[in-house]
Design a protein around this ligand. Structure first.
Ligand code: ATP
Length: 460
């Protein structure tokens, strides 16, 4: 039986704003559609998510290497990758209220997920919308422009004078930074196939219908890992990466019941097979990450467009070939939304109170410990000194305002795994009370043992 989850998008957005996790972008100017700023707590959580990903896919991966490529790339890159010609969504404009909509989204929402627009051609989508007279979700009228393809890449230009301008793009994915560095990485590390190149960085897409908080934004971060392997081994590695991606999510504390694989019905022209892992977000099941078998498409295209030989030479038998690529790609912000949704809980306490608690994996929490003096006047100095010592070991926070109960609640809401209270006894015997976020149990412990106790608990 499915248990009802406490989390809703509205509750998350509110909590994120009030607790310094995520604010609307350009807030004092009434925002800027679908841009978001990470606050003091949010930036720590997101950094921890990125660190955990890097640990699994670079540090602990036997033959993977990181890069940090430029966001602005030679425009030829996007011709080679196919983005200039076909990185587009099918858009329709409402002639009445001017709202822009994605034809595929209109069909999906109208059919409540029963019809899969991914498997339809543009003509079929147009036919379906006309036949069912699907109305504009904003104004309720049925008066659309025909479906047109809308390229999602943000354009900008470089050059100092008007006449000397070159059109360039903000990258719509980080993957190409890994492909164009294939030779550089392979030669400088002397890596042998199979090996991986990973990158975390910003990507930009002029999404027609962004929304659902940080689920789909126009500026976001991707964490991508390309595994270069020999044709014939690609299917096995594709299956392996499906599993690695799943296990990574479990290692962050995701429940299996909130995850599922979804094979793509319609494959991109270059893909041999592709699947997503979907997460049960507050607004429903949606893509969290993708795993694609991209064949030798990317390197072959870059060979064609750059004129550089992309062959890998097997040092054992001298065989030359263009490697296949298995790609694993996940948005850091989308994963952040999933992590927030998974962690959120409301618990009924004795006495009728409710507490909101974020059950993050301790490695993901912004702060590992909050130090609290029971009374500011008598214990403030001792507590501050303890806070400063613990900060050298892991991120901590300090709170001396309000009742202890209220201070515990504030930490529960940002998911701090431990609260340490300095009280009268501490002044006598150098012991403190350590409260566990999840169980709310308290134990007494000498200050000297605190750092190593917490360090053990927050390991990832
Ligand atoms: P979608 O179908 O949701 O538009 P996609 O299939 O275009 O996503 P990919 O191009 O495979 O996505 O990108 C890989 C990952 O990057 C996605 O699984 C998602 O986690 C993240 N991502 C893609 N677009 C966005 C966006 N606009 N905002 C936030 N994250 C995104």
């Amino acid at each position: 039986m499915e248990t009802k989850r406490a989390v809703t998008m509205e509750k998350l957005v509110n909590l994120c704003k009030t607790r310094g996790i995520i604010f609307p972008g350009s807030d004092i100017y009434d925002g800027m559609g679908n841009t978001w700023d990470y606050g003091p707590v949010g930036v720590e959580i997101k950094n921890n998510i990125k660190k955990a990903w890097w640990k699994k896919f670079v540090q602990e991966s036997e033959n993977s290497y990181g890069v940090d490529a430029a966001i602005l790339m030679n425009s030829r890159v996007w011709e080679a990758s196919g983005h200039t010609a076909s990185f587009s969504d099918p858009k329709m404009d409402c002639k009445e209220c001017k709202a822009r909509q994605r034809a595929d989204n209109l069909i999906e929402n109208y059919s409540k997920g029963e019809v899969n627009p991914d498997a339809m051609s543009q003509e079929e989508m147009q036919e379906y919308i006309n036949e069912h007279q699907i109305k504009c979700p904003i104004c309720g009228k049925f008066n659309w422009t025909p479906i047109r393809n809308f390229n999602l890449m943000f354009e900008t230009s470089r050059g100092v004078t008007e006449g000397n301008q070159n059109k360039i793009y903000l990258r719509p994915e980080t993957a190409q930074g890994e492909f164009v560095n294939f030779l550089n990485v392979q030669r400088s590390t002397r890596a042998k196939i199979p090996f991986g190149i990973a990158q975390i960085g910003k990507a930009f897409r002029n999404e027609i219908t962004p929304g659902n908080f940080i689920f789909r934004t126009i500026e976001f971060e991707q964490m991508e890992h390309q595994w270069f392997c020999k044709e014939g081994t690609d299917v096995e590695y594709y299956e392996e990466y499906k599993k690695c991606a799943w296990d990574f999510l479990l290692s962050l504390g995701f429940k299996e019941e909130n995850l599922r694989y979804k094979d793509h019905d319609k494959l991109a022209h270059y893909a041999k097979c592709a699947c997503d892992i979907q997460y049960n977000f507050p607004m429903g099941w949606s893509e969290l990450n993708g795993i694609h078998n991209r064949t030798d498409y990317d390197l072959s295209r870059h060979q064609e467009y750059s004129g550089k030989n992309m062959n890998y030479v097997d040092s054992g038998n001298g065989e030359k070939f263009i490697p296949y690529v298995v790609e694993y790609s996940i948005g850091a912000d989308r994963l952040m939304l999933a992590v927030l949704s998974e962690a959120y809980d409301e618990e009924q306490l004795e006495g009728g109170d409710t507490r909101i608690v974020m059950h993050f994996h301790p490695a993901i929490s912004a702060y590992k410990v909050c130090v609290l003096p029971l009374q500011k006047k008598e214990m403030g100095e001792k507590a501050k000194a303890l806070y400063k010592t613990l900060c050298k070991h892991f991120p901590c926070t300090y709170d001396e305002a309000g009742s202890i109960g209220k201070r515990y609640r504030r930490q529960d809401e940002i998911g701090t795994p431990f609260c340490v209270t300095v009280d009268f006894d501490t002044l006598q015997d150098d012991t403190v009370t350590l409260r566990d976020r999840d169980t709310m149990e308290q134990i007494r412990m000498p200050i000297s043992e605190l750092a190593s106790y917490v360090e053990n608990k927050i390991k990832y």
